[in-house]
Design a protein around this ligand. Sequence first.
Ligand code: PDD
Length: 281
Amino acid sequence: MRTCWINGQFVPESEAKLSIFDRGVLFGDGVYEVAAVFQGRLLDADLHLARLTRSLGEIGMPAPLANERWLEVMQELATTNGIDEGLVYLQVTRGEAERDFPFPATVKPSAFAYARPKRLSDDPNAGGIAVHVVPDLRWLRCDIKSTSMLAQVLAKQAARAAGTYEAMMHEDGLVTEGGSSTLWMVKDGVLHTRPLSSDILAGITRDVAILLAGELGIRLEQRAFTVDEARSADECFLTSATSFVLPITRIDDAVVGGGTPGAVTSRLREAYLDRACRLTS
Ligand code: PDD
């Protein structure tokens, strides 16, 4: 059985339980992070923990443990559970209290984490995925990595029902994000992704991809693009901590870039994998 971690203790999965009065359950009052495990080691966990600190601050929640301790917990989960490639998920909720919308006067955050395997270097989707266009139904603080995610649940369910892998969410025709990923397009050799704002999550993989694009001499324009532009782009792809760089070869019925991964996408995926290998060996 898998070993998980909850409120300071490593326990078997069957003992990792939260109260029905936990505000994470009642209100989705919490934040989370997902970091990759590659070659058995955490990848960019420090960057994910910096974003966790920011998310906690934005919702006025105290940090339940120091980031150095989080790093130990996350690595131990990966090691104990024998994860070579996969992910560590962690979540902090405001804690357990009688149901009342404002923050309770005294409440202690709940924290938990688990690890699970996922194929990363030989991702079965690396040959290209399809996305389904849906309206972005989310709130106005998408920069906070909140566990209130009903809009993404519905978006990704609609994507699955349409026989696709991920949602392409848009606001008035402008692409915001994937259901759980950052979206990109390449047009005439120029890489495009939406600029950071409260409309999107500041993806850690987005930051790394921007860095790698710079190193590879790929031109970048941070601007919002439309669903129509994406449909007629030369290449589209998504990024996330647990997908790295994945080519998008179809947007609903529109085939993108001839239906195969494009050169820029492939170079970025390769550079991302090279960097991951370097950082974890
Ligand atoms: N999702 N945008 C959204 C809405 C996301 O949920 C995610 C990540 C990203 C990409 O961020 P990053 O590169 O830091 O992983 C963008 C995680 C993986 C998840 O919910 O499982």
